[in-house]
Ligand binder design. Sequence first.
Ligand code: HEM
Length: 377
Amino acid sequence: MNIPTYKEEPFEWYKKMRKENPVYKEGNVIYLFKSRDIMDVLSDYKTYSSQFRNLLGVETAQELNNMVSPSILISDPPAHTNLRNLVSSAFSPNTIMSYGDKIREITVSLINNLGNKKSFDLVSSLSSPLPLSVIADILGIPIKDKDLFKKWSDRLATSLGRGPDMQTQMEMSGYFGRMIDNNYSNNLIKKLTDVVIDDKKLTKPEIASFAILLLVAGNETTTNLLTNTMLILSKRPEIYERIKNDNKFIDSVIEEALRYASPVQSTRRYAKKDTHINGIGVNKNDFIQLYLGSANRDEDLYENPEEFNPDRKNKRHMAFGNGIHFCLGAPLARLESRIFLEEFSGAVDGFGVIDPAPDDKIDSDIMYGYNKLIIKI
Ligand code: HEM
């Protein structure tokens, strides 16, 4: 099967697969396209594991674990439950809301930096530096290291789904280790070193691994949500007009953008035992490729799924996943996007884009978005 990377538009292919091969097996990989099947797999962590290092054999897994602790994203219960309990208070809706003023300050300053420019690259001037500055601030990282973060974040995002980039992870692990040793952070890293639940504390490698995950999981994804939303709005000026006059409408636009142009198009699990999905046999250790972006266009759930319609009734989607690994940063991504759209629509009357070329698309097996989007105002 010829699997498109997200440099191409995958949506016609998804549609065909949903119709003709909703559960498709090739070699040791099972590809899922329907919402129901994907939801079932993500809900059943006992059968479908995220703990991929187990597949590498005990010795290699141990060697990797010694270098960089497995993150929450690639852990199963009980390790996952412990990690999630330890970090979740830092991401509760209340804690996230308390970052609102800071996020607005960063957003306004980035928009002001545009000055009177009539044309600019959205990605490098707004949609990339915004989440990067926010997460650096939340982690308590000095702004002078921002470029270093951008480099790490880009390298890790490109490696997603293509095997771990150990070199980058080790550089980052060393950086965060030094930060903890020197009591350098005044924010989340510091809080994480102090948190105790059921007599358990996070170890230094666990904190480093979590900080790395936040950079990978939080930056590129939010950047793509902002860029994808703006590209859609450039084609739908009537929706942008409504945003300017009714800020409450922004939330519906963001949810629909998450569904329609999901920044994370797919994720993976592997089977811990022989089983079957809709009559197709699954062998122990087979990989399951879950197309969230296809689930979000499933005609069983959505009327006219290929249409961008912020007024649609069913606003549920799987852009943030489902089950125990449901995105921890969802409230933060939503808040950043809302503040960005509020401030941008307050400052800019109307805008168009230069249609991106295929090469402007991110070359990834997971992420859907653009490296560059030229806005004209
Ligand atoms: C639009 C932006 C975002 C999208 C589309 C997104 C998407 C996702 C998805 C699909 C998963 C589940 C993956 C799986 O089950 O295999 C996930 C997990 C996660 N995300 Fe996000 N994410 C976004 C923003 C963020 C932000 C801003 C942060 C934090 C700063 C974050 C932190 C996490 C973490 C820590 C996990 C792992 C949770 C766990 O394993 O229990 N994400 N995200």
